[in-house]
Ligand binder design. Structure first.
Ligand SMILES: NC(=O)c1ccc[n+]([C@@H]2O[C@H](COP(=O)([O-])OP(=O)(O)OC[C@H]3O[C@@H](n4cnc5c(N)ncnc54)[C@H](OP(=O)(O)O)[C@@H]3O)[C@@H](O)[C@H]2O)c1
Length: 236
């Protein structure tokens, strides 16, 4: 039975590229996001490239729903070998640290920290039994390098990265890889990049960042997954 990658947060940016990159290697693909019609479009595009994929609608800000989601992916595909976790919505935004409060952190906490932890818990028994598995966590570069005005989400990304590092140390000897890609660039074809293009340029906006083709980021992930020689890749 061919391997399966589940892309948590599958949109037109990085999610689509990761799906295509692993699909090219024979992986079947589970795509997770909230909007059914966009998932269906992605499944169709992958089918044109000869990649078997299926969409699963879920709200990743609800960690309690993770076990049922993982179960439905397993029902469809029989197994899960790799998880890429990188949901991002245009409603998410950085806030200056001076304006960050408990409510901002509380709002982002489920999707950026609690749910990925629950996803790992839900797949670990399968990976431990098989002696193989990989969890790929995507964050913004602010998880690694704090920057003025770009707080709010950033401390949550930093916490998730911290968890990932511990996980890597605990599981590597069992054949399970945990790696993180921190992106300090505007991802082409993502909804955010379209929004920023509309909004224009200026200091303190996301347009300050360089642009990266998500296919290049997906290539980094394939390299990390196959070589397993580093915990973290920071782009650029
Ligand atoms: N876009 C950028 O320029 C940029 C820059 C730096 C870092 N990053 C990081 O790179 C990763 C990929 O970003 P991307 O923009 O390229 O992503 P993408 O693959 O284009 O799309 C991510 C998808 O996540 C889904 N999502 C958002 N909230 C969700 C929720 N509550 N439950 C389920 N799904 C949800 C959205 O679909 P639905 O709305 O249909 O749910 C969205 O299409 C993210 O980790 C992001 O933080 C992105």
């Amino acid at each position: 039975m061919s391997k399966v990658i589940a892309v948590f947060g599958a949109g037109t940016g990085l999610g689509a590229s990761v799906a295509r990159r692993f699909g090219r290697e024979g992986f079947r693909v589970a795509l997770v996001a909230r909007r059914r019609e966009r998932l269906d479009a992605l499944v169709e595009r992958l089918a044109e490239d000869g990649v078997e994929a299926a969409g699963f609608t879920a709200d990743l800000s609800r960690p309690a729903e993770v076990p049922a989601l993982i179960a439905s992916i397993r029902d469809r595909f029989g197994r899960i070998d790799v998880i890429e976790y990188g949901p991002f919505g245009t409603e998410q935004n950085f806030t200056p640290a001076a304006e960050t409060d408990a409510a901002v952190l509380e709002e982002g906490l489920p999707m950026f920290l609690l749910t990925p932890v629950e996803v790992v818990r839900a797949v670990l028994p399968e990976w431990t039994e098989r002696g193989d598995g990989a969890f790929l966590l995507t964050t913004g570069v602010t998880a690694v390098h704090p920057m003025p005005r770009l707080s709010g989400l950033a401390p949550l990304g930093a916490a998730a990265r911290n968890y990932l590092y511990s996980l890597h140390g605990e599981l590597a000897d069992a054949g399970i890889y945990a790696g993180t890609l921190s992106v300090g660039a505007m991802i082409a074809r993502s909804e955010l990049s379209a929004l920023v293009a509309q909004a224009g340029t200026g200091e303190g906006t996301a347009s300050e960042f360089p642009v990266v083709d998500p296919d290049d980021l997906a290539e980094h992930y394939w390299d990390m997954y196959t070589k397993r020689d580093r915990i973290e890749q920071i782009y650029p």
